[in-house]
Design a protein around this ligand. Structure first.
Ligand code: MN
Length: 292
């Protein structure tokens, strides 16, 4: 597990969005629906876009200054570390993701995996669907990632893993929010399972999701490149952070969020604010449950 920056107060190590870093085996049960962050530093299976190796460490370090606010508004969120390794370790990393997510579920947390390429969503979603029946996979993404028709290799990568999820049959429905790339208007996709596309990044089109259990995946390229220029597959005419935040808040208020992931940030010290945008969107999505 990677190192976290020190808390300015000196009391704890601080991680994603200012959450304290805790050992995985020290997770107390009773997470009460708070976020349990896990970072994944290596790209798992990138076919499209610029490399984002080291994205988790970048997001973690660049969002640490949110601590005074998340300590107040999301006090139970925790960070259990960053998985490291290289492409040759992808199998080990995938197993690690599954183990950590299972431990987070068992302790009552909402696992939130912060990765590099969007393929990181695949093991998180599969682990979530094994634990929760009747789950809907919701992904905010400028692209559909349904590209099995583009290659015959059979490999799962960041351009086709959603087709693998749809065809796998473990999800009630796969729902994209924000597809806008020209490729998303192709008629060639044959995902082999139920896929719904909601092009407007606006809660107004989401009422059909009300009451559902969901896994939510945020590919930051749903945001306009003006806000997140450091992403691998930039598309113009994107959403504002406020639009994404409103969609996340609507999902938090109307659905049961069991797990989440965020990906496709390319580490760049010139754009540290993108880490805070990503973390703020996640904090709109994963609210701690009120006990009263
Ligand atoms: Mn994308």
């Amino acid at each position: 597990m990677g190192e976290a920056p020190d808390d300015p107060d000196g009391a704890v190590r601080i991680g994603f969005g200012g959450a304290p870093v805790v050992p995985l085996d020290g997770l107390a049960s009773g997470g009460s629906g708070a976020a349990c962050f896990l970072g994944v530093d290596p790209d798992l299976s990138r076919r499209f876009g610029g490399k984002s190796d080291g994205a988790a460490a970048f997001v973690r370090h660049s969002s640490a200054r949110m601590r005074p606010w998340t300590r107040r508004y999301r006090p139970s969120a925790v960070d259990v570390g960053v998985l490291t390794g290289d492409a040759g370790d992808a199998g080990d990393v995938v197993r690690g993701i599954s183990e950590v997510c299972s431990a987070a579920f068992a302790a009552g947390y909402v696992p939130v995996v912060v990765g590099g390429d969007h393929t990181v969503s695949y093991p998180v979603a599969v682990t979530a669907a094994a634990r929760h029946s009747d789950l809907t996979y919701v992904y905010l993404d400028a692209h559909l990632d349904l590209g099995f028709h583009l290659d015959a290799s059979g490999d799962v990568h960041n351009g086709n893993f959603v087709a693998a999820l749809a065809a796998g049959g473990a999800f009630r429905e796969v729902v994209n929010i924000g597809a806008r790339a020209w490729t998303t208007y192709d008629e060639a996709y044959d995902p082999g399972g139920p896929v719904t596309i909601v092009r407007d990044v606006d809660p107004g089109g989401l009422s059909f999701l009300s009451g559902r259990k969901v896994h939510v995946s945020l590919d930051v390229d749903v945001l306009d490149p003006v806000y997140v220029p450091n992403t691998g597959s930039r598309e113009p005419f994107g959403a504002t952070p406020e639009q994404v935040g409103r969609v996340m808040a609507w999902i938090a208020d109307h659905c049961t969020v069991v797990s989440a992931d965020v990906s496709e940030i390319v580490p760049d010290p010139a754009h540290k604010a993108t880490a805070e945008i990503a973390m703020r969107c996640i904090h709109e999505l994963v609210k701690e449950r009120k006990t009263r």
